[in-house]
Design a protein around this ligand. Structure first.
Ligand SMILES: [Mn+2]
Length: 256
């Protein structure tokens, strides 16, 4: 095991300490950039971190990476640098030795097999723990340093359910299931991981269907019904198609 959770009797306290130390290293005058994977665990971790940091009065911005992107890609690194963050939190994106933004305070929260120990960063790795906490749960433990995060526990559960193999029992999951309902949490994970889900657009990408170039598009599931229309009418792509009296659905269009 590597990082702040290795050889500690109290994982929760160690995670909170790591968050405190990471924030102390960051420039509080500039936003914390929370960079995350786009799956249920990564999104839930980002949501926990952004909400908890904002509630604690920190400036914070999320950045969800697209499919196939890593923070170590030159193009992604450039996007991170352009944001001029006061610090970076990498959530569920893997654990590597190379710093993403050298000189910028970094907290790595992850549970994948590390390929190295992050240089100059504080690391919360769940890899090697049994049971293995997912990134959203690690983030929730760490966010405890910022105040009461009890109301965000459902997000940790989303990450656990999204990534978890059968039989891994965390008390946090059972608490969340008792409070919000097993079915509701499972359905939320299914929605987040819906087959039509696409990573969010990166700057410069446009959604073909929502930009008016190809006009309204028929639902692939109901090709004979009224065409789906994009609401709001395409000043910015909202990634969702709506029709009257229907719940929002994910846009199945391609990004380019
Ligand atoms: Mn994960």
């Amino acid at each position: 095991m590597i990082g702040a959770l290795a050889n500690t009797p109290d994982l929760h306290a160690a995670a909170r300490d790591a968050m405190r130390e990471a924030l102390a290293r960051m420039d509080a005058g500039r936003p914390v950039l929370v960079v995350s994977h786009f799956d249920a665990d990564g999104l839930a971790a980002a949501a926990v971190l952004v909400r908890a940091l904002a509630a604690a009065g920190r400036r914070v911005e999320p950045l969800v990476l697209g499919k196939g992107e890593t923070p170590w890609d030159a193009a992604v690194t450039e996007r991170l640098r352009e944001r001029a963050p006061g610090g970076v939190i990498l959530a569920d994106l893997g654990t590597r030795a190379d710093p993403v933004l050298p000189g910028c305070a970094t907290l790595v929260i992850d549970h994948h097999v590390p390929t190295g120990t992050p240089e100059g960063a504080i690391t919360l790795s769940g890899n090697g723990l049994s049971p293995e906490p997912t990134t959203a749960l690690l983030a929730w433990w760490a966010a405890g340093a910022l105040g009461d995060v009890g109301d965000l526990l459902w997000l940790a559960a989303i990450g656990l359910i999204g990534d978890m193999e059968e039989g891994r029992a965390f008390p946090e999951l059972m608490q969340a299931q008792a409070r919000w309902g097993k079915t509701a949490l499972r359905e939320a994970v299914v929605l987040v991981n819906a087959p039509g889900a696409r990573p969010p657009p990166t700057p410069g990408r446009r959604c073909v269907c929502c930009c008016g170039r190809t006009g309204p598009r028929r639902s692939p599931r109901a090709p004979t019904r009224t065409p789906w229309r994009c609401t709001p009418p395409a000043p910015r792509c909202a990634r969702r198609w709506r029709r009257p009296n229907a719940s929002p659905r994910r846009c199945a269009a391609t990004w380019r």
